[in-house]
Design a protein around this ligand. Sequence first.
Ligand SMILES: Cc1cc2nc3c(=O)[nH]c(=O)nc-3n(C[C@H](O)[C@H](O)[C@H](O)COP(=O)(O)OP(=O)(O)OC[C@H]3O[C@@H](n4cnc5c(N)ncnc54)[C@H](O)[C@@H]3O)c2cc1C
Length: 400
Amino acid sequence: MQNFDVVVIGAGAAGLFCAGIAGQRGLKVLVLDHSEKVAEKIRISGGGRANFTNREIDPHAPHKHFLGDNPHFCRSALSRYTPQDFVALLGRHGIPFHEKHKGQLFCDRSADDLIQMLLAECAVGGVERWQPCGVKAVRAAGGGGYEIDTERGTVHSARVVVATGGLSIPKIGATDFGYRLAKQFGLRLVEPRPGLVPLTFDGEAWAPYADLSGLALPVQIEVGFKKEHVAFNEDLLFTHRGLSGPAVLQISSYWHQGMAIRVNLAPEFDLPNALAHAKSQSRKLIANELASLVPSRLADAWAAQNADWQRPISEASDKALARLAERLARWALTPTGSEGYRKAEVTLGGIDTRELSSQTMESRQPGLYFIGEVVDVTGWLGGYNFQWAWASAHACATGL
Ligand SMILES: Cc1cc2nc3c(=O)[nH]c(=O)nc-3n(C[C@H](O)[C@H](O)[C@H](O)COP(=O)(O)OP(=O)(O)OC[C@H]3O[C@@H](n4cnc5c(N)ncnc54)[C@H](O)[C@@H]3O)c2cc1C
């Protein structure tokens, strides 16, 4: 039976990064992945350019950008491995990148640069990689460590690192392996659910908006009240079945079944004033006036919803215009569901952080570690999830 210091299950962002560092620190490391292709999620991320980190991460206040039962759990790892550290690594590999908006860093060329960098780091560390190679079983070995039954035979390892990610996009290899393994060793889970996911609406209720499919516009979007209140200023995208775009992906992580979301479709304008002013100046149809404030397709669809809004603005009652302004600025709607794991960028929930050391990611089961998305730590859209993958992998690798 082959013997390793560390077996990492999952050759994705966190697994490869952890394996490379552990190998370079002198450990004998094997990485296993059941998929044919390496790090497929990195390849498709950020529209093929991987939004690999975010400069705005505040490791001292992780709750600003991370969700989970205990968002403070990630503070230690995030402060010990920062976006600057990852940028420095890119620099050593000569990988060009650029900042888009809100601190988001993307590769200039393609996400493949990142994958090649991670593989090169693994090669320097002498990491062995078996892929495709499924894992059939993991058990505590009699004399210490673990025995791992793989499709290429059984191996022994002093430690096992689980980096199998979340449930999103099953067609590129996502599985519930990490959750099952946690349960096998009596570790608790926070119920997984799709995050950063488009929201869907009832077919009939959505009919007035279905024609807007493809329309994108900047909005303010909100959910919840008081301490639970969350708001984002981002772009919204109308789809055939509902709403998507960064605004909705962000809010979806905070949304629970039955909750209403509230959207201001013209956040840059004081709508009541703008419409009152237009009434005193113009004889155009309301929809035409509205088209100077929001995209004309949206203006037409909105005006069509009420006979009082289908007339010249000069003839509209103040009450009708106030209602129109209210409806555009505080459009409240209750999604019937989401597009689910098929379209979700991440999985909320996962291994309960109370079962893990925030210093090393080791679980209450000695020698068994969990890193990356499989853990109940989920970031905002914008590079936060990869930074968690790098930081948790680094904390683990240096603690192994
Ligand atoms: C379309 C899309 C775009 C995204 N864009 C971004 C972005 O731009 N920026 C950002 O920060 N985040 C982005 N994300 C999220 C990001 O990709 C993940 O958070 C990140 O990849 C998690 O890293 P990980 O190593 O934990 O898991 P993964 O990278 O998902 O790796 C898990 C690995 O485990 C393997 N595995 C699973 N089950 C088994 C098993 N049973 N046996 C063996 N191996 C197994 C998988 O094949 C996979 O290779 C995006 C996600 C998606 C779906």
